[in-house]
Design a protein around this ligand. Structure first.
Ligand code: DX5
Ligand code: ZN
Length: 222
């Protein structure tokens, strides 16, 4: 299957968010990546339910909600009600990952697990069947515009091998420091979904940048 592009609205213009959502709506983006931060799990605060609720009716793109919050089990139903189609929690933020994954699925949303750069993909082995999406953080979560950590490539390869061997449908998403400079090597390593914030919103033409990221691979064949 062709890879997916999930622009992160953390890098959008919050003073005119509807305009940026409209841009994404008209673009080749597959998902909209929504970064929720609580100032506890990560040293930053972004936005929460009201913002998700406000943007949801503006597009039919899939809302890919990345919860960088402690004890996400407290808020799963509220995020689903606010419009999340995929809810990703951090492995490091809960003591009961298996239970949270069931909780997410009970809402009808797809269940994702994010791993910080230091967390081994091996730790997901016993719960991989229950995960729709693994989000590999390629920066330390909390801020956009950081430098890509290259050890992520090894994690993508290892995880892809396990998913393939076990014949699972789990998708691999890469989040942080992704752009034209590393997208191709990430896709070759086995990534299915690329999140990009600054690379898209700081580009002269964000819509064109989304198309370029989406069309990687096609160019090779033509
Ligand atoms: C980081 C967030 C990312 C961030 C990516 O904590 O999870 O989704 O918005 O931004 P860039 O693409 O600028 O690294
Ligand atoms: Zn994110």
């Amino acid at each position: 299957m062709k890879h997916l592009i999930a622009p992160s609205i953390l890098a959008a213009n919050f003073a005119n968010l509807s305009q940026d959502i409209q841009l994404l709506h008209e673009s080749d983006a597959d998902w909209i990546h929504v970064d929720v931060m609580d100032g506890q799990f990560v040293p930053n605060i972004s936005f929460g339910f009201p913002v998700l609720k406000a943007i949801k009716p503006l597009t039919d793109k899939i809302m890919d909600v990345h919860l960088m919050i402690e004890r996400p089990e407290q808020f799963i139903e509220q995020f689903a009600e606010a419009g999340a189609d995929i809810i990703t929690v951090h492995y490091e933020a809960t003591n009961h990952l298996h239970r949270v994954l069931q909780q997410i699925k009970a809402t009808g949303a797809k269940a994702g697990v994010a791993l910080n750069p230091h967390t081994s993909v091996k730790l997901l082995s016993d719960v991989l069947e229950d995960i729709d999406l693994v989000c590999l953080m390629s920066v330390n979560p909390g801020f956009g515009g950081q430098k890509f950590i290259y050890n992520t490539l090894k994690k993508v390869r290892d995880l892809k091998e396990e998913i393939t061997t076990r014949n699972l449908a789990t998708k691999i998403e890469i989040d942080g420091g992704v752009g034209m400079q590393n997208a191709e090597v990430l896709l070759q390593a086995g990534a299915d979904v690329l999140v990009a914030g600054s690379a898209i919103f700081k580009a002269d033409n964000p819509k064109d940048m989304i198309s370029r990221l989406k069309n990687i691979g096609i160019e090779k064949i033509l």
